[in-house]
Structure formats: C-alpha cells, structure tokens
Design a protein. Structure first.
Length: 139
C-alpha cells in the first residue's frame, strides 16, 4: 500500500520539540523503501516554508534532509485536473485545500495518508484513507 506523507509528519524529522517516534518510523520506512511512499508536489513547498520559519537552519535542513528524500524514488504527484476534482470533494468534507490534495492523492493511489493532524483525519475518517499517527496508533 502506498503511504502519502503529510507535512505534519515530515517536520517532526527536523524540529526537536516536535519529535515523535511514529514520525521516526515513517522516515526509516521511507528511506528503506521510497517507492512505497508518495507526496503531492506541494509537499516540498510546505516543508520548506515550515523549516524556514521554525528551524534555525531551515534552508540547510531542507537541502540536506528533504532534497535527498525527494530524489530517492518517492513518488511526487503534480497537480492535475483529476486530483483537483477529487480534492474538491474532500474540501466539502471539511479539509483545507492543501490537506485535500494529500487525501485525494491517497485515494487515487488506493493508499493511506499519514498525518498528525487530528482534525483533518476526523473530517474524513469514514473514507478509510487517512491514518492519524498520534495517540499510540502504530504505523
């Protein structure tokens, strides 16, 4: 099953105060088998924006930690009409436009969206395409 990685997972790899063992497990699995993971293209922009704002060496962390992952075989989905149409459905269910793109990609790939965003997960939990990584849920 393809796993779509949310920014809420990725930032935990770089921000000590946000560290979480589940995020670490995702990173280990992504490094070991990048072809089993995917992100919408906006992932890179979002991670860079967060790191630039919150990490003391944001650009360096992005260059050294994110760029290699993006070049490792991780599937990166550009925006398409099909993805936009599916994302619009998830917006109607209560997700932000960005989160809806992650959910839509998970649905398109018959995978699961890995997130630490409880509210987003709860908005679409009945869809069976998201996994909230908090509270001891095992990845």
């Amino acid at each position: 099953m393809i796993r779509v990685v949310d920014v809420s997972v990725a930032v935990r790899w770089f921000l000590a105060e946000e560290a979480h063992p589940q995020a670490d497990r995702v990173l280990e699995a992504l490094i070991a088998q990048p072809e089993a993971f995917a992100v919408p293209e906006l992932f890179a922009f979002e991670v860079l924006a967060v790191l630039q704002r919150l990490h003391p060496q944001g650009l360096q962390a992005f260059r050294e930690g994110v760029i290699p992952l993006l070049q490792s075989g991780l599937f990166r989905q550009p925006m398409t009409e099909k993805l936009a149409v599916r994302a619009a459905r998830y917006v109607r269910l209560g997700l932000t436009g960005y989160d809806a793109c992650y959910a839509a990609l998970a649905a398109d790939l018959k995978g699961v969206w890995l997130t630490f965003d409880r509210k987003a997960h709860q908005a679409i939990h009945k869809e069976g395409i998201s996994l909230f990584l908090g509270e001891g849920i095992q990845f």
